[in-house]
Ligand binder design. Structure first.
Ligand SMILES: [Zn+2]
Length: 101
């Protein structure tokens, strides 16, 4: 009887704790959504089946949708993709020259 009571209280405690955590998590989600620029939400609404990603090029903050045609797209434009490729090639050449490969 005592044991059952203790177990009940422990679970009740745990449940309250988890409830608080979930509540805090939801609160944070809500705040984050409020901070988002409105055009992003609009964009999301227009293309419900594609997700918005940010360009992988450092310094570029363009956003774009991933479509079924290019599900692994990482850059907002061919220009950004090319720029990043050039950097990778250049770095590889440096490593080659320094014998770090
Ligand atoms: Zn870009």
């Amino acid at each position: 009887m005592q044991k059952a009571n203790r177990r009940y209280r422990a679970s009740e405690n745990g449940r309250a704790c988890r409830r608080k955590q979930a509540c805090r998590y939801r609160q944070r989600l809500k705040e984050r959504r409020v901070c988002e620029p409105p055009e992003e939400r609009e964009g999301y609404h227009n293309a419900a089946d594609s997700k918005i990603f940010r360009c992988d090029r450092p310094g570029c903050y363009e956003r774009f949708h991933r479509t079924s045609r290019s599900p692994l797209k990482k850059y907002c434009s061919p220009a950004c993709r090319q720029a990043l490729r050039r950097v990778l090639v250049r770095e590889a050449r440096w490593r080659d020259r320094l014998g770090l490969t």
